[in-house]
Design a protein around this ligand. Structure first.
Ligand SMILES: Cc1ncc(COP(=O)(O)O)c(C=O)c1O
Length: 367
């Protein structure tokens, strides 16, 4: 028996992946061609140009890493950290802990500035820390998927000096909330395909400023990772003549191309407005069911809704019934919030009112 026959369409309303749009499924069926075929190079160029527009940047260096968001995250640190570099990681959730793990493997001299999970970083405190130290890199997660908190990227950017590189995780924010790479002086930004872009996981946008590129180019030692070395990858992604680096996941790049085209067609501002409107619709519906939110209203992400599990309710049982009886996936809590919250994602193709109606109706039956 072919195990794939067991897999039925599921409405993905967890922390990611989000549901794949029918247009992206169609794009995935486009015939596979060679990774140096001029028609594929055109698709790569289309991805670069749409990324530039949607990231709101003049950065020439916009590309997609063959891999998931973590590979894109690693590509930023591995290319930009020299051993001994002073790095500040602002930490208030699971994904900034992953940043710390990656940076420690690269011999960085790390300061971790912790804030409570479920609360945003305080830009004043971050600013004081930056002013007291001469950091080479400051890294912050924009949309913390483990808690549903939006961090104040723009406010923190005001404390970043010319000698510092600002790295921002936009895995859950890109295509769901405002992200303005140039205005916020971001030097390296990375995202993923499987959330706001409604694609399967596997091809992840990144962009680097000229300041970041200068640092990569002036490194004395080789970048300590072959696959993610941007100074090599760029020879495949840019220039008149392209050179083989690795065999790109061709059909995943088609998917990414389509996902980006769809956001471009809808318009980035309308896409963001849709996420906010659908979020408010969900908040209203959950309130009627007597459910409460973990995060204070002004810091909430529309794309990741952390809902407190009512006393006496069996977390796993509810999620299992939603999945098995209603074909709806929602996420469990992580770390200190395991068993305490559900994480309801409204990202990309999943962020539509009819999906919210389906979830609310199922919840009202299982609770
Ligand atoms: C904020 C954030 N950063 C990084 C990642 C890692 O991305 P991936 O799981 O695609 O490797 C995730 C995944 O959900 C995330 O939410």
């Amino acid at each position: 028996m072919n195990l794939l026959q067991n897999i039925k369409p599921t409405l993905l309303m967890g922390p990611g992946p989000s549901s794949v749009s029918p247009r992206v499924y169609e794009a995935l069926k486009t015939p596979t061609i060679g990774h140096l075929d001029p028609r594929f190079i055109d698709v790569m160029d289309g991805i670069k140009s749409m990324l530039k527009t949607l990231f709101l940047t003049e950065n020439e260096f916009c590309t997609a890493v063959s891999g998931t968001g973590s590979a894109a995250m690693e590509s930023c640190f591995v290319n930009l950290i020299n051993p001994g570099d002073k790095v500040l990681i602002v930490q208030n959730g699971y994904f900034s802990m992953r940043m710390e793990n990656m940076c420690s493997r690269l011999g960085a001299n790390i300061d971790v500035l912790k804030f409570d999970w479920g609360f945003p970083a305080d830009p004043k405190i971050v600013g004081e820390k930056i002013n007291e130290n001469n950091y080479d890199i400051v890294a912050v997660v924009h949309a913390e998927t483990s808690t549903g908190v939006r961090n104040p990227i723009e406010e923190i950017s005001k404390f970043i000096s010319n000698d510092t590189l600002y790295i921002v995780d936009a895995v859950t924010s890109f295509g769901t909330i405002e992200l303005n790479v140039d205005k916020w002086n971001i030097d390296a930004v990375y995202s993923c395909s499987q959330k706001g872009l409604s694609c399967p996981p596997g091809a992840s946008p990144v962009s680097f400023s000229n300041k970041a590129i200068q640092k990569m180019k002036s490194r004395k030692k080789q970048i300590p990772n072959w696959y993610l070395d941007m100074t090599e990858l760029i020879k495949y992604w840019d220039g008149e003549k392209r050179a083989y680096h690795h065999t790109a996941p061709i059909n995943m790049m088609y998917a990414l191309y389509q996902g980006l085209s769809d956001v471009t067609t809808e318009g980035i501002e309308s896409t963001i407005t849709r996420h906010q409107e659908v979020h408010l619709y969900l908040v209203d519906g959950l309130k009627k069911l007597g459910l409460e939110f973990l995060v204070e209203k002004k810091y909430r992400l529309p794309s990741l809704n952390s809902v407190l599990i009512p006393k006496g309710v069996d977390d796993a049982k509810i999620r299992t019934s939603l999945l098995n009886e209603y074909q709806i996936e929602i996420g469990a809590g992580l770390g200190p919030f395991a068993g305490k919250i559900w994480r309801i994602g409204l990202m990309g193709y999943s962020a539509h009112k009819d999906n919210v109606d389906r979830l609310l109706s199922a919840l009202s039956e299982v609770l």
